[in-house]
Design a protein around this ligand. Structure first.
Ligand code: BGC
Length: 762
C-alpha cells in the first residue's frame, strides 16, 4: 500500500506547489512543505488557526508564526542549500500514514566527497503546540561543518507585517521569540530547544539563530534534534511559560517517544477514516491523500475555529471560512469523526453575532453569515475582491452582499449534524437560534410578488459567481425553502422534547417574524422547477435568454490569461457559461426530490456549459453522474478533484497576488464522490441505504463509518455489500441495499447483502 508522496529531485519551479503538497498540520497550525534552509522567499509558513490580524487598510488575514525549524548547513564555510548548489541526489517525502516529512539531500563537497543532510519533522498530533524535528549529516570526507539553527523571525506575510515588538531571549537553553499581533495585541511565542551532543555553540546576545561548528569525521553520522512550541495569547494566559514548559517536556520524552505518541494517534485517525478502493491504485492514492489533507486541518479540540478555504496552507483568501466547510467538507467528518463537525458548527454558533451585525448593516433581520468568515463572524470579504487586469482598478464584486445562500448553507450543516448523529444538544446550545435567525433573515430578504402571488428571492448571486445579482436562483431558493422547513421542524422538535428550553429559546422571537410568518412564506414560496418538456431547471430567471456560447468559443475571446470572467463586464456574464456547479449541486443536495430523468437532463445540459473555474465544481458532476447510474461519466471529474493538490494544477497567481494553497473543499469533494457517489452510501439518521454505482474498473470500496456511536466496516462491491460489526456493536442500525428491505445485524456479525445487477452506462 502506498502512503508516500515523493519527489526524487529538486526543481526550483516546484517550490511553491510542493509547499502545499508536502503540508503538515494538526488543526492548530499548518506547516508548509518547504525545506529546512528556506525562508519567506520560498513561502515558509507556520499558519495559526483562528488568530487574525489587520495591518493598516490591507486585508485581514491569519498570523504566521516565526519558523522555529530554520536550519542551514555549511561545509568548509560553504552554505549547502538546494537553492544555490545543485545537489547530487535529493528526495523529499511525505508519509501520509504517520504525517511525517522527510528530506535527504546529498551535496558534492571538495575533492570528490559528498555530504548528506537529512531531516525528519512532524507537527505533533499529541501536543498540538509542538513541532519536532530530527536531523543528521554524514560526510564521506573529513570537513569543517557549521550548522545554523534557530528561529526565523522574518515571516512570510501577504498583507503583513502582523508581529510587533519582536524580542528574542535565551532562558534555560531555550530560545524564545516573543511578539504581539498588531491589531489585537495578542502575544505570539515560539520556543525552541536544539539538542546537540557535539560541536561548539555560538549564540550572540539577542540573536535568534545559533551556530554550531565542529570537525566532522569521514563516515560518521552526526544527529541532532529540535523541539519547538508555539503558543499565543488565545491559548494561554502565560504563553511564554507554557511554550518553555512544552519544549522541556518534549526534550525529556525525546524524539522517538514523541513520534510514537503522534503515530499512534494517526493510526487511530486512519482506523476511522481510511477508504480502500480495490482495482484502481491511482484513485486509491489520490483519495487517501485527499483524506490526509482534511485530517491535518481538522479542528479536533477547538470549537472557536472552522476550516478556511485554503486550509492552514497560508494566508490566501484571508484564511477565511466559506460555505466550502458545510457543503463540501462536512460529509467526510460526519462519517468519520462527528466530534469535529460539532466543533465546526459550534464555530457558526459562536459567530452568530457577526452574522446578526451583517444582516443589520444591510437593513435585514436575523443572521446573514459572512461570505468570508474569520474569528468574530464579521465579513472579511471586501466589496472589491478582484482586480481588473486591464485597468488595474479594483472591481466591484457582489460576493459579500449577494451570496445570501451562505445562511442556508450554515443551517443545512447544523441540521445534517443533528439528523446524522442524533445529538440534539447542538440545537439547545445555540443551533436553534442560528436556524431561526437565518430563517428570519430570509423572511426579511424575500419579496412578495403580488401578481404571481408568491414569495421570491431577488437580487442574489448563487454558487455560479459569474452571474451576479440574479433573480430566483434555483439553488438559493431551494436552500431558503429548506431553511424555513428546518426552522419549523426545530421548533416542533424542541417544543415536544425540550419544552423548557424551547420556551426560553423562542421567547426573544415572540414578537415575530417567527413560525407563523415562516409558514406563510413557505406556503407560497417559489422554487424553480424542471421545464415540463426539457426537464431542465433554469438556473435563474431569464438565464435561457443569455448568449448560448460554447466554452471553447468563450475562451477564444480571452485577451489576458488572468482576466476575470465575472464582475461588471466579464466574458461569461452575458452568456450561459457558469463558473461552477449550481443547479446540479442543488440536484445533489436534494437528490431524493428529483427523478433520475431530471438529474440526467440537467447534468447533460449544464455540464458543457460549466467552466469548472472553481475547484468545488468537478466533484459535484462526479456525484450526480454516479447517482444517475453513469459512474464513468463521473470518473474523470472525481480524479480531477482528488488530484488537485498532488498535481498543483490550479491557479497559483492572479497578477502578482498568490492565490495558491491547498483545496480542502475539493479534498472533501473527492471523498463525497467516492463514498456517497460511487459507493452509494446514504444515511440520514434512519436507514443506512447503499446503492453502489462503481466505475468500471473498481472492484470494491471499503471503509469504516461511524454512525450513532458505532463504527462499522463496509465493503461495497458490484454484487454484494458486506457489513462488519465490532464486538461491542449496539445492533441499532438498519441496512438496505438498492432500496430493498431493511436488515439489521448483531455484534461481531458479517452481514452479506446481495446486489442485483445494475445497468450502467459506461
Ligand atoms: C468559489 C466559491 C468558494 C471560494 C473559496 C471561489 O472561487 O467560487 O464558491 O467558496 O472560491 O473556495
Amino acid at each position: 500500500m502506498n502512503w508516500i508522496v515523493k519527489e526524487s529531485c529538486f526543481d526550483k519551479q516546484l517550490v511553491t506547489t510542493n509547499g502545499n503538497k508536502y503540508m503538515l498540520g494538526n488543526g492548530y497550525m499548518g506547516y508548509r512543505g518547504t525545506l529546512e534552509e528556506f525562508s519567506k522567499t520560498e513561502l515558509v509558513a507556520v499558519t495559526l488557526a483562528g488568530l487574525y490580524d489587520k495591518e493598516g487598510d490591507k486585508w485581514r488575514e491569519p498570523v504566521n508564526a516565526p519558523n522555529g525549524l530554520l536550519t542551514k548547513v555549511f561545509c568548509n564555510d560553504q552554505l549547502l542549500s538546494v537553492l544555490d548548489c545543485e545537489p547530487v541526489a535529493h528526495t523529499q517525502e511525505l508519509n501520509i500514514r504517520n504525517a511525517i516529512h522527510h528530506r535527504s539531500t546529498e551535496y558534492a563537497v571538495s575533492d570528490g566527497g559528498a555530504l548528506t543532510f537529512t531531516a525528519d519533522r512532524f507537527v505533533s498530533q499529541d501536543n498540538l503546540h509542538l513541532l519536532v524535528s530530527k536531523y543528521s549529516i554524514r560526510s564521506t570526507q573529513d570537513c569543517r561543518v557549521a550548522i545554523e539553527t534557530g528561529i526565523d523571525v522574518d515571516v512570510w506575510d501577504i498583507n503583513g507585517p502582523h508581529l510587533y515588538g519582536q524580542k528574542v531571549q535565551l532562558k534555560d537553553e531555550v530560545l524564545i521569540s516573543s511578539s504581539v499581533s498588531g491589531e489585537l495585541k495578542i502575544p505570539v511565542v515560539v520556543a525552541e530547544r536544539a539538542y546537540f551532543s557535539f560541536g561548539e555553540e555560538l549564540l550572540e546576545d539577542g540573536a535568534a539563530v545559533r551556530r554550531i561548528s565542529f570537525d566532522a569525521r569521514a563516515g560518521e553520522t552526526y544527529e541532532w534534534f529540535k523541539y519547538v512550541a508555539v503558543y499565543t495569547g488565545l491559548d494561554a494566559d502565560q504563553p511564554e511559560t507554557e511554550a518553555v514548559k512544552s519544549v522541556h517536556a518534549a526534550e525529556a520524552l525525546g524524539y522517538e517517544a514523541l513520534f510514537k505518541a503522534h503515530r499512534l494517534l494517526w493510526d487511530e485517525r486512519w482506523s476511522h477514516s481510511d477508504v480502500i478502493i480495490e482495482g484502481d491504485e491511482a484513485a486509491q492514492f489520490a483519495l487517501r491523500y485527499s483524506i490526509y489533507q482534511l485530517l491535518i486541518i481538522a479542528p479536533t479540540v477547538s470549537e472557536k475555529v472552522s476550516i478556511p478555504a485554503r486550509g492552514l496552507s497560508g494566508q490566501v483568501y484571508k484564511g477565511a471560512v466559506f460555505w466550502d466547510t458545510e457543503m463540501f467538507m462536512l460529509p467526510f467528518f460526519l462519517h468519520s469523526d462527528p466530534k469535529v463537525v460539532r466543533n465546526l458548527m459550534m464555530y457558526r454558533i459562536h459567530t452568530l453575532d457577526g452574522a446578526r451585525r451583517k444582516a443589520a448593516e444591510y437593513g435585514f433581520l436575523g443572521a446573514f453569515y459572512a461570505w468570508e468568515s474569520q474569528d468574530t463572524g464579521d465579513d472579511a470579504c471586501t466589496l472589491f475582491n478582484v482586480n481588473d487586469v486591464f485597468t488595474g482598478r479594483p472591481m466591484r464584486t457582489y460576493f459579500r452582499d449577494k451570496q445570501v445562500h451562505i445562511s442556508g448553507d450554515v443551517v443545512h450543516g447544523i441540521w445534517k449534524y443533528v439528523q446524522f448523529t442524533g445529538d440534539e444538544s447542538l440545537l439547545t446550545s445555540g443551533g436553534a437560534e442560528v436556524i431561526w435567525e437565518c430563517a428570519r433573515f430570509f423572511y426579511s430578504y424575500a419579496y412578495y410578488n403580488s401578481v404571481k402571488q408568491r414569495f421570491e428571492i431577488l437580487d442574489v448571486t448563487g454558487p455560479d459567481e459569474y452571474h451576479e445579482r440574479v433573480n430566483n436562483n434555483a439553488f438559493t431558493n431551494a436552500l431558503v425553502k429548506e431553511t424555513l422547513e428546518i426552522a419549523l421542524r426545530t421548533a416542533a422538535l424542541l417544543e415536544a422534547k425540550y419544552p423548557e428550553e424551547y420556551s426560553q429559546l423562542s421567547a426573544p422571537f415572540s414578537s415575530g417574524p417567527f413560525l407563523k410568518e415562516f409558514k406563510t412564506m413557505l406556503d407560497s414560496f417559489y422554487v424553480p422547477q424542471p421545464d415540463p418538456a426539457s426537464l431542465v431547471i433554469e438556473q435563474f430567471d431569464r438565464y435561457h435568454t443569455l448568449e448560448d456560447v460554447e466554452l471553447t468559443e468563450l475562451k477564444s475571446r480571452v485577451l489576458n490569461k488572468n482576466e476575470y470572467f465575472g464582475g461588471g463586464n466579464g466574458l461569461a456574464t452575458t452568456t450561459t457559461i457558469l463558473k461552477q456547479a449550481d443547479v446540479v449541486l442543488m440536484l445533489n443536495l436534494f437528490k431524493h426530490s428529483f427523478s433520475k430523468e431530471v438529474k440526467q437532463a440537467n447534468w447533460e445540459f449544464y455540464e458543457p456549459r460549466t467552466e469548472h473555474g472553481s475547484s468545488l465544481s468537478p466533484c459535484i458532476y462526479a456525484l450526480v453522474a454516479a447517482d444517475i447510474g453513469s459512474p464513468d461519466w463521473g470518473y474523470p471529474y472525481f480524479m480531477r478533484t482528488a488530484t488537485v493538490d498532488l498535481t498543483g494544477e490550479s491557479k497559483q497567481y492572479v497578477g502578482d497576488l498568490y492565490i495558491g494553497g491547498t483545496h480542502p473543499a475539493a479534498n472533501g469533494g473527492a471523498w463525497m464522490a467516492a463514498v456517497l457517489g460511487f459507493a452509494g452510501l446514504d444515511y440520514d439518521g434512519g436507514v443506512v441505504h447503499i446503492n453502489p454505482s462503481l466505475p468500471k474498473h473498481w472492484q470494491s470500496v471499503q471503509l469504516p463509518v461511524t454512525l450513532r456511536g458505532d463504527t462499522i466496516q463496509l465493503r461495497i462491491s458490484k454484487d454484494e455489500v458486506t457489513v462488519i460489526t465490532a464486538a461491542d456493536y449496539s445492533g441499532d442500525l438498519v441496512f438496505s441495499v438498492q432500496g430493498g428491505e431493511g436488515k439489521s445485524c448483531s455484534a461481531g456479525e458479517n452481514l452479506r447483502l446481495a446486489l442485483s445487477k445494475r445497468e450502467y452506462k459506461y
